[in-house]
Design a binder for this molecule. Structure first.
Ligand SMILES: [Zn+2]
Length: 505
């Protein structure tokens, strides 16, 4: 054992003798890792913007390897972990000191917690899918109005073809409906049974993504016809009015739209109408389905980019890769589009489409690393970032925003709340700008206040940290600087009022 290792070992085990040398060496190695990631950023731009020559997985992993002399020893990894632990501890102590309200008594008082979480100002929600917003009353309203023909076997075939699943007892229930009948011709019980398929069963409490995904066989069938826009407008307005009631002033939706001028006109007009009717500022991220071929998504993004250069939009602000992550890794499915955009935005600042990506929800934990290297400024979910200390350091370094959806993670087996606290708080205490969102309000039967309840009741989060997440939801949003200023000032005023009222109630 060399002397450095020896000194480092003592500093770790006793805490009495701190070796600058060992820490310095760990820091030098960390810098080498992060520099490698930055070099990889250039490579991904080079290969997907300047040329069209995507990098293979083998070449990628080889490129990301640091010089053997820069590889961390177990002791140095321990130092890195210890360093993060100290930062977390210090950050928690600061947050407790800065908190104007003590949320400790609320953790075991559900009624008081619900009241607090409803009233606390929220800022924005950066991770919301329109097709996941349907509530029971809205579905009933649409099915009553359009009275579609329901053919159970067609749903079963679609679900099976898409690799989605229903539980056996659900298949039996679906097959118990008439083979073909209009919605209004069903009995009350059968109508209710059918509408159940737009939600997750409550037993079991968590599900595989493929069960969740099956819901979209029903949603897409319900909305995607000539009346799509009429139905969606009803849905958006219903949701935005509810979100405003929970203190939300800004929303970013992720959804796919075809790259046409009519899409820009529609979304810009909706954004204006929705703001006038609900007071919520609405923006969209162009969705890329990650199970589609990477070239197809890149082609779509290229078309969008060209279209937006000619026809600037107020409401389209970014892009987001979504749908099932398992089996659709970021490198293979996103580098074409994200590498292209990263290169484009690097060279042209006139109408940048910002980038976020669903990563670290499930599947390969390297997706979070690769998304950051591809130039995202935010990550959707990011739970698996927790699996790699160096990736956490990279996220801290870049100030990557993380859109956390706690109830979604609990219901889709992404995080087991009985096993460990949700990592959102660890990331936040490490200085990563985490914010809370809901993913799919309707399907998960959640809202932003319920996300606050989940955060407070399952972790030791403080008031100052809840406040920080509200501000993060605006600072890491893709709104332009003018709107960020307006929304931040509004949020600041809301917190002043909230604290006055809450403390004097
Ligand atoms: Zn999502």
């Amino acid at each position: 054992m060399n002397i450095l290792k020896y000194v480092g070992l003592i500093s770790l085990s006793s805490g009495l003798l701190i070796s600058c040398s060992e820490h310095d060496l760990a820091n030098i190695k960390l810098a080498a890792h992060l520099k490698k990631f930055d070099q990889a950023k250039e490579l991904i731009r080079e290969r997907n913007f300047h040329s069209s020559n995507p990098i293979s997985r083998e070449e990628w992993e080889e490129f990301l390897k640091v010089d053997p002399s820069d590889e961390f020893t177990d002791i140095e990894m321990g130092l890195l972990r210890e360093n993060q632990r100290l930062i977390i501890e210090a950050s928690k102590a600061t947050a407790i000191r800065k908190s104007a309200i003590d949320v400790e008594p609320l953790r075991n008082d559900p009624a008081a917690l619900a009241e607090f979480c409803h009233a606390i100002p929220k800022g924005g929600m950066l991770h919301v899918h329109p097709y996941g917003l349907f509530t029971r009353p809205v579905i009933e309203e649409i099915l009553n109005e359009y009275n579609p023909v329901i053919e159970p076997e067609k749903f079963i075939t679609t679900i099976s073809n898409n690799g989605q699943v229903l539980y056996d007892h659900e298949l039996d229930a679906l097959r118990s409906l008439p083979g073909s009948a209009n919605f209004l011709d069903l009995s009350d019980a059968d109508r209710s049974l059918f509408i159940d398929f737009f939600f997750l069963p409550t037993d079991p409490v968590s599900h595989d993504f493929t069960r969740f995904d099956a819901i979209f066989a029903f949603v897409i069938w319900m909305v995607e016809d000539d009346y799509l826009d009429t139905k969606m407008e009803k849905l958006y307005l219903d949701f935005l009015a509810r979100a405003a009631g929970h203190g939300i002033s800004y929303i970013e939706f992720t959804n796919g739209f075809s790259p046409e001028l009519s899409s820009i006109e529609k979304l810009d007009a909706w954004s204006e109408k929705f703001f006038n009717e609900t007071g919520v500022v609405v923006r969209w991220n162009l969705g890329q389905l990650r199970f589609l071929p990477a070239e197809m998504n890149a082609e779509m993004i290229r078309k969008w980019n060209e279209l937006l250069a000619e026809n600037p939009s107020t409401s389209i602000v970014g892009t987001d890769l979504y749908a099932i992550e398992r089996g659709n890794p970021a490198l293979e499915k996103a580098q074409n589009a994200y590498g292209y955009l990263s290169g484009y935005n690097w060279e042209n600042q006139d109408h940048p489409l910002k980038m976020t990506m669903h990563a670290g929800e499930m599947g390969d934990p390297r997706n979070v690393r690769d998304a950051m290297i591809m130039g995202v400024s935010r990550i959707g979910h990011g739970v698996l970032l927790d699996e790699d200390l160096i990736n956490i350091e990279y996220a801290r370094n870049l100030g990557i925003g993380i859109e956390m959806n706690i109830n979604s993670n609990h219901q889709l087996s992404v995080h087991d709340k009985n096993a460990a606290p949700h990592p959102f708080l660890k990331f936040l205490r490490l200085g990563i700008p985490v914010s809370l969102s809901t993913d799919n309000d309707g399907i998960f039967d959640t809202n932003i206040s319920k996300e606050c309840i989940a955060a407070v009741s399952t972790t030791d989060v403080t008031y100052a940290e809840l406040q920080q997440m509200s501000f993060n939801s605006i600072s890491t949003s893709f709104a332009n600087a003018k709107y960020k200023d307006i929304l931040t000032n509004r949020l600041r005023q809301s917190f002043t009022l909230f604290e006055q009222e809450y403390l004097n109630r």
